[in-house]
Design a protein around this ligand. Structure first.
Ligand SMILES: [Zn+2]
Length: 436
């Protein structure tokens, strides 16, 4: 069997034109998010592709025009062998008017050993590598005893629930390991988390601008406040907490102070003729891999409510909090749960070993400086890593590109890993030892 795999791996080199053509095909589907709602064709292509390789397909609209595709290839002895989920997102970063691309971002070009086009690095390269690896295994009739699931999801770039839905549907996704094939420059990565939130300061009554004198001067007798002015105290409180976190928390592999609280957007007041009766602050919170969004949002609420207790008006009109959301473009909120990688996990060790064999270089296990959908799979209790081609300086960039050598190496690693993992016995398996 091992000899067969060597022959299949050689085909990755011999048939690299097909791999590149597949990547170009994926790039040609224009799937930027925002505006989103444009992945139907691309997702149908993936569904057909997987179906032709023997997968059963579950495809449904997360939003109209943005369907998820989950393909399952049932293992030949899945009760006794380990299962794997491969996850990738079909949407790509938006292209703004002023971006100065060498060529149209959705007309891929190949030169100097790279493929250039929107999504080449983030993350149609990873998807192409995964699909091609599966195609070669299937065409060569390589037996896969464990279940193999491919989730092609939507909405990652705008914090939408593509992966979350794929994980919750049909009683919940289950697997012994998951690989998110997003941009990692072939590092095996976990990630910190992100949650956005809205903090609202609201006055029960609306006062005319002319009453401001009575609110702020001796003898005025009117207890009231500008919600905008009160919000400045809350912003100051957030900065104090951010600094406290920076000096008290850390995580190996994350730069100190990566746990930030960004006051990103502020909205407030209704008209110059009134005292502002409402102010809303949109914040973005980054936290470490060993923290949860429930925990950090709880810390923020506790601190800000204590700040409010020290203010004569806020103590009676405390701020309110709304956390997360399911889309940055639908309800202006998102959550990316954090993901910790256990270097001792059998899947992590196997992937690292295969990476070293294929590349001849030691595997790097570290923390992504950005966020992916990996946290949702981890939240389901599935040991998960981010492992994909392309680097972050290219993700979302003008003339986004991926190295063809790296893509080939990636495809070989993933192909070998799928094979090896699928042939690994489950711990509770009763049958004989693995034969190779
Ligand atoms: Zn991505």
């Amino acid at each position: 069997m091992a000899k067969d795999i060597a022959l299949v791996l050689k085909q990755v080199d011999d048939r690299q034109e097909e791999l590149i053509a597949l990547l170009k095909t994926l790039i040609r589907f224009e799937t930027p998010a925002p505006p989103a709602r444009n992945t139907k064709e691309a997702q149908s292509y993936v569904a057909d592709y997987l179906m032709s390789l023997g997968f059963s397909i579950d495809m449904w609209d997360v939003y109209p025009g943005d369907p998820n595709v989950v393909g399952l290839l049932k293992g030949t002895d899945s009760d006794n062998h380990k299962s794997l989920i491969i996850n990738g997102h079909m949407d790509v970063a938006e292209v703004s008017e002023d971006e100065n691309w060498e060529k149209d971002p959705f007309t891929p070009i190949m030169r100097d050993g790279v493929v250039i086009g929107r999504g080449a690095a983030d993350m149609k390269g990873g998807l192409a590598g995964a699909l091609f690896a599966i195609q070669l295994l299937r065409e060569n009739e390589i037996e896969l005893p464990g279940d193999l699931t491919l989730q092609s999801v939507i909405g990652e770039e705008v914090g939408e629930a593509g992966t979350l839905q794929a994980c919750k549907r049909n009683g919940g996704a289950k697997a012994d390991f998951a690989v998110v094939v997003d941009t990692s420059d072939l590092h095996i990565q976990g990630q910190g988390g992100v949650i956005t939130g809205w903090i609202t300061v609201k006055s029960e009554k609306t006062f005319h601008d002319a009453t401001r004198r009575n609110m702020i001067h001796a003898g005025g007798g009117l207890v009231g406040a500008s919600a905008i002015e009160k919000m400045t105290k809350i912003i100051q409180g957030l900065q104090e907490l951010e600094r406290h976190w920076a000096v008290t928390k850390s995580y190996p592999g994350c730069p100190p102070g990566a746990n930030t609280i960004n006051p990103a957007v502020i909205e407030g007041g209704r008209h110059a003729a009134f005292v502002a009766d409402e102010c809303r602050l949109w914040i973005t919170v980054h936290y470490y891999p060993n923290e949860s969004y429930e925990q950090v949002s709880g810390e923020i609420e506790e601190h800000i409510l204590n700040v409010a207790k020290g203010d004569m008006w806020l103590k009676d009109n405390p701020p309110t909090f709304e956390w997360g959301g399911t889309s940055m473009i639908e309800d202006r909120g998102e959550i990316f749960p954090s993901l910790e990688v256990d270097p001792e996990n059998a899947g992590v060790q196997m992937l690292a070993g295969v990476h070293e064999t294929v590349s001849g270089q030691s595997a790097v296990i570290d923390v992504s400086p950005t966020v992916t959908d990996g946290g949702w799979l981890g939240a389901e209790g599935i040991p998960t890593v981010i492992y994909g081609p392309g680097d972050l300086k290219n993700a979302h960039a003008v003339n986004e590109q991926v190295s063809i050598d790296q893509l080939i190496q990636y495809t070989k690693t993933l192909l070998t890993f799928i094979y090896e993992w699928s042939h690994t016995k489950k711990e509770n398996s009763q049958t004989g030892s693995r034969t190779n």
